[in-house]
Structures are given as C-alpha cells and as structure tokens.
Ligand binder design. Structure first.
Ligand SMILES: Nc1ncnc2c1ncn2[C@@H]1O[C@H](COP(=O)(O)OP(=O)(O)OP(=O)(O)O)[C@@H](O)[C@H]1O
Ligand SMILES: [Mg+2]
Length: 378
C-alpha cells in the first residue's frame, strides 16, 4: 500500500552543490552544519550520501547519529564510535571489513583503551591511514552533536575537546578524511568553538528553513512532492500557511497530514484550515505560558525579546534592561538564553551571535502570549 503525505525533499540545490565541492576537495577543514530545529540537516546529509557516496570502493562513511543513543560517559562514547571485532569473524573479506560505519577495534586494543594504555584516537587514525592507502576516501559524519553536551558539561570536557582537535588534525593537518558535524544547538557549537581548536579550522554552514518560493512550489505540487491527491490548496491558503509557519518544513508536513482529515471534495474548507492552524498557534502560545508561569523574570524576558526581535532577530547585548531592572544577573541571563535554545524556543546563530524565535509559529505564539498577559493585567 502506498503512503500519503510522504516525506518531501524540496530544493536544497545550493546546499548540495556546496557539499559536492567540499567533498571533491582535499580535506582542509571541518564542515559544521548548523540551523534551526528540524530545518532539514539530517535529511540533507542522508540525501547527499544516497546520491554521491554509495560507492564503497571509493568512500568509507563513518556515520554517527547521536540522537539514536544516550552518551553519558566515556564507555558509552567508546561503544558508540568503535566496534570490537569478533575474533570468530576472521574469515570476513577485506571489503566487508570497511563497510563498517564505525571504527573497528580488536579485543586486545579495546582492553588496552580501557586500561588507558592505548589512545582511541590513534586507533582511529590508523584506520584512516589504512583506508587512504587503499585509495578509499573516509568521511566522518557526526549528526546531532549536541547529544554530547551532557558529557561535555558534566564529566568529559577534555574528551570532547580531544575529539574535535583530532578532527582538526585529520582535516587541516593530515588531510586524511572529510569531517562533517551537525547540530541545531548553536550555543553548544559556540562553546566548542571557544574551547577547542575549531576557530579558523572549520567552516560553518547554515542549513536554514526553506525560503518562500520553495514552500510555494511545494504546496502547489502536493501530488508530485508529497503524494497528496486528496486536496489542492488555493493561493490564498498557501499564503496563509506561509504567514503562520514560514519555511518550517516539519511543521508544514504535519499540517498537510491534518488537512487530510478535514478535506472535502478536493479542497480544504477555509474555516477548517483556520481552525487547524489556530490550534497550532494556541499550542505555541501555551509553550510560553507554561514555561514562564508566574515567574516575573521570565515574563520580562519574553516581553523584552518580543520588542527586540521585531527586526527578525535579537542579540544578548540588547537585553541590558533585564539586567538593569534586576531580573537577571549577566550570567543568569546567558544561562537562561542557553536553556531556551536547548528547549527550542530560540535558535542561536553562532556566526552572527544572533537569536531568533524558533520559527514563525513561535513568533505568533509569543505575540499571543503577551497579549494574553496584557489582558490579565487590566
Ligand atoms: N528539503 C526538504 N523538503 C521537504 N521536507 C524536508 C526537507 N528536508 C527535511 N524535510 C523534512 O523535515 C523534517 C525535519 O528534517 P530533519 O530531521 O532532517 O531536520 P534536522 O535539521 O536534522 O532536525 P534536528 O534539528 O532535530 O536535528 C523531516 O520530516 C524531513 O522529512
Ligand atoms: Mg537532525
């Protein structure tokens, strides 16, 4: 049976071209994808691998999606990045050997690493050298890098720094492999940046929400791009969707699914469309309401952010009134902004040091929240 509302893959031409050039050049720096929550970073990586890197005689891809695992200590880290070879599997052919998505480790080396007699990065490097000697290009991809923030901030800061510095050595210094890191937590990226050798050794590349023309193309081509045959949207309706969700593809694809439940005679009635969208906006408003509750300093923060982000973004330095007014100390303000980035209220762009609300729906949610607070005050 065929699915309706299948995952689309709209445009990303510029991003794909950028990656094609990056992979064709000798490794020189770490490529760092960042971008708002659910902007399509992971999908772009998968599509790129699918299209360009499937030839295992040419490429060896070490692909770690850290969202799928919980990493809370050094052991978890090792387990995630290495696979201990089963000695009984000695007969496996050389080619199968390099199909592994992780680094391989003999039982003996694993023990040595555990006893700290062997550096895991030396093992990684040896495999990269080996692959290069065989004419195979290794590529290390770590997606959802923010999953490492727990061990970074709690126990293994040195380890993560070492990992990043290892990648710098493998790219900029020895040119042994391409490294692509990806995260939606710009704040964590910045922390890593400041603490390790990432500055001037990595290239930050933003994978943003889709622009207006892409959303219009998508919503005008629902059969082709999403296998939705049940309804067509009018231009006014498409405009309405754009006004409420901007280029946030994940929210739009969920919305398209909701429209399937209310469409009639090949259309989505306007009143139904508005009702469905209003629910999302109320939900976004509730996020602010629940988070701030009766806490005056958070209410003040949200009000100030709303004022300062009328131009589309805000900067920490524009929130001085919150410190002067005694709502936050400077450190507490930064901590709170960081927490709000992690909780996906805000998106932080580390190259510009700018914050944004996490998408158009959150902007509207914030407006609604503040209006409601105003009403309560009267
Ligand atoms: N170019 C695209 N066109 C249409 N839909 C897309 C596109 N890219 C991604 N999507 C859809 O958007 C959703 C989010 O994509 P994805 O998980 O790749 O984002 P992400 O940036 O990796 O998210 P996160 O910030 O959580 O890591 C998925 O359902 C995916 O199918
Ligand atoms: Mg992702």
């Amino acid at each position: 049976m065929e699915y309706k509302n299948v995952s689309a893959f709209i445009n990303r031409k510029a991003e794909t071209e950028y990656m094609e050039i990056w992979i064709s050049e000798e490794p020189k720096n770490i490529l760092f994808f960042y971008g708002p929550k659910s902007s399509g970073k992971t999908t772009l990586i998968y599509k790129f691998i699918e299209k360009h890197l499937t030839d295992q005689k040419k490429f060896s891809i070490k692909h770690f999606n850290l969202r799928e695992v919980l990493i809370v200590n050094y052991e978890d880290f090792l387990q995630r990045f290495f696979q201990v070879e089963d000695p009984d599997e000695k007969s496996t052919s050389q080619s199968r050997h390099y199909d592994l998505k992780v680094f391989k480790l003999t039982v003996a080396s694993h023990q040595k690493i555990k006893n700290k007699q062997l550096d895991p990065f030396d093992v990684m490097k040896a495999e990269l050298i080996d692959l290069n000697a065989k004419g195979i290009r290794p590529l290390i991809i770590i997606d959802e890098l923010q999953a490492l923030d727990f061990i970074y901030f709690n126990s293994q800061r040195e380890l993560i720094k070492e990992l990043i510095n290892f990648f710098v050595a493998m790219t900029k210094e020895s040119h042994l492999c391409h490294v692509l890191l990806s995260s939606s937590d710009g704040y964590f990226i910045e922390k890593l940046y400041n603490d390790s050798k990432l500055k001037k050794t990595s290239e930050l590349f933003e994978v943003d929400y889709l622009p207006r023309e892409d959303i219009f193309y998508w919503l005008n081509n629902l059969v082709k791009e999403s296998n939705i045959k049940e309804y067509l949207l009018s231009q006014d309706q498409i405009e309405y969707v754009w006004e409420h969700f901007g280029g946030s593809i994940w929210e739009i694809s969920t919305l398209l699914g909701k429209f399937l439940t209310v469409c009639q005679d090949g259309k989505v009635p306007d009143d139904q469309m508005r009702k469905v969208i209003a629910k999302y906006m109320v939900q976004a408003r509730s996020y602010f309401e629940e988070y701030a509750g009766l806490k005056k300093h958070l209410q003040a923060l949200f009000a100030e952010v709303h004022k300062k982000s009328a131009k589309g973004f805000f900067k920490e330095t524009e929130l001085g009134l919150l410190v002067d007014g005694g709502f936050f100390t400077e450190d507490k303000l930064r901590e709170e902004l960081n927490a709000l980035v992690q909780k996906n209220f805000f998106y932080y762009n580390p190259t510009l040091a700018e914050y944004k609300l996490q998408g158009r729906s959150m902007e509207i949610g914030l407006e609604m929240y503040l209006q409601e607070m105003e009403k309560l005050r009267k």
